[in-house]
Ligand binder design. Structure first.
Ligand SMILES: [Mg+2]
Length: 257
């Protein structure tokens, strides 16, 4: 059973040297209609900066690394884009090697998807190593048709095992066919940091489950944001991004000031 998270539970489960890791969309910022419209609130940025002044911090997102860094705009923290494929931070620069081989195929698929799906007006995001097809903005009645067309376009490369498909919140992700995910991203950051004992990870979506699993194996603290999903590997649950900022504010005022 996933317990409701609280400040007390955070304290009870935290070692002496924690690292705070976060997903971005739906975790540090409310999910917006389109990725470009996301609002990373100044208060959240302030809290993250404050924690990063004393402890290692990382943000692990499905967004492209460059996009994520620009949106967050905090120096000296770890950033991971494309679900762990790209990672950058103090003394760390990592790109999952096999993913680079998919760049040309992704460019071809991007062109085809944009051409064949233009009538839906969905947002097709080029993330270099992967493609996201966002359908939050389209008429719900057309979603099934869209998903059918997407599956037809991706059928061949999928059967040839040239790509993998991941479903998130109103998004289909086309990814390189590698065994790589946010959990591996957590591992890379943990191995790099060496002297941390407790990974703490907050995430809201299916793609965060791999990170929850890794964090649990490392005896860390995993927490799911939101009440939409009942089944999760996260040890704890928090109702909203708003509750998360409240928890972080209290953690800072009682531990870091
Ligand atoms: Mg998310």
């Amino acid at each position: 059973m996933t317990k409701n998270f609280s400040y007390q539970l955070l304290g009870e489960n935290l070692g002496r040297h924690p690292v705070f890791l976060f997903d971005f969309d739906g975790t540090l910022a409310e999910i917006a209609l389109t990725p470009d419209e996301v609002n990373f609130k100044p208060i959240t940025k302030y809290l993250i900066e404050k924690i990063a002044g004393s402890l290692p911090v990382g943000i692990i997102s499905g967004r492209m690394l460059g996009d994520l860094k620009k949106l967050v705009g905090i120096n000296g923290i770890f950033y991971s884009g494309n679900h762990g494929i790209e990672i950058e931070g103090p003394g760390l620069h990592f790109i999952e090697p096999a993913s680079s081989e998919s760049i040309n195929l992704m460019a071809e698929l991007l062109k085809e998807l944009k051409q064949k799906l233009s009538r839906y007006k969905c947002l097709i995001e080029d993330k270099k190593y992967s493609i996201s097809i966002h359908y939050r903005t389209i008429d719900p009645k057309r979603v099934n048709d869209l998903l059918f067309d997407v599956s037809r376009i991706l059928e061949k490369p999928l059967n040839r095992k040239e790509i993998k498909i991941l479903n998130g919140k109103k998004v289909v992700e086309v990814k390189p066919p590698v065994e790589w995910n946010k959990g591996k991203g957590v591992e890379i950051i943990m191995r790099h940091l060496k002297n941390v004992d407790t990974p703490v990870f907050f995430g809201d979506d299916l793609t965060d489950e791999d990170a929850f699993e890794t964090v649990n194996l490392l005896n860390g603290v995993s927490a799911l944001i939101g009440n939409e999903r009942s089944s999760t590997k996260a040890k704890f649950k928090l109702g909203s991004t708003h509750e998360l900022t409240g928890l972080l504010a209290r953690f800072i005022s009682e531990n870091l000031e």
